[in-house]
Design a protein around this ligand. Structure first.
Ligand code: HEC
Length: 118
C-alpha cells in the first residue's frame, strides 16, 4: 500500500515535469508561457512568417500563423512544431533545422492559440 502511494506520487511529479499542462497551467503561468512563445516566434520565426493577428508573411511562401492556428488543433500544432516537422524545405531559402524543446513547443502553441478568432 505504502509503495503504491509512493509510486503514485512519483508518477505525478514525473507527469508534471513533462506535461505542458502543468507548465502552462493557469493565470500567470499561462501568460508567461504565451509571452515566451511570442518572444521565441519573434526572434526565430518572424523573419519569414506572419506570426501576429495581422499582416502578410515577409517571406511569401511561409504560411500565416493565424491561418495555421485556425485550421489545426492543439495536438496538430504541437506535432508540427516538434522536431522533424520543422525542417523547412524550400528551394530559395535554406532553412535551419529547428530543435525545439517540449517546453518551447508548449509555449509556441500557447502563443499560437491566442491568434484564434474564437
Ligand atoms: C527562412 C524562412 C522561415 C523561417 C525562419 C521559419 N519558417 Fe516556418 N515555414 C517557412 C516556409 C517557406 C514554409 C512553407 C514551406 C515548408 O514547409 O517548407 C514554412 C512552414 C511552416 C509550418 C507549416 C508546416 C506544415 O507542415 O504545414 C510551420 C508550423 C512553421 N513553418 C513553423 C515555424 C516556426 C515555429 C519557426 C521558428 C522556430 C519557423 N517556422 C521559421 C519558412 C520559414
Amino acid at each position: 500500500m505504502r509503495f503504491a502511494r509512493h509510486l503514485q506520487h512519483l508518477l505525478a511529479i514525473l507527469l508534471c515535469s513533462f506535461a505542458t499542462a502543468c507548465a502552462v497551467g493557469s493565470g500567470d503561468e499561462q501568460s508567461g508561457a504565451i509571452a515566451r512563445g511570442q518572444a521565441l516566434a519573434e526572434s526565430q520565426c518572424a523573419q519569414c512568417h506572419a506570426i501576429g493577428p495581422t499582416g502578410l508573411s515577409p517571406y511569401p511562401a511561409a504560411p500565416l500563423w493565424r491561418e495555421l492556428a485556425e485550421t489545426k488543433d492543439t495536438d496538430e500544432l504541437a506535432q508540427m512544431f516538434g522536431e522533424g516537422k520543422l525542417i523547412h524545405r524550400d528551394g530559395t531559402l535554406s532553412m535551419p533545422e529547428y530543435m525545439l524543446t517540449p517546453q518551447q513547443i508548449g509555449e509556441l502553441v500557447a502563443y499560437m492559440k491566442t491568434l484564434r478568432a474564437s
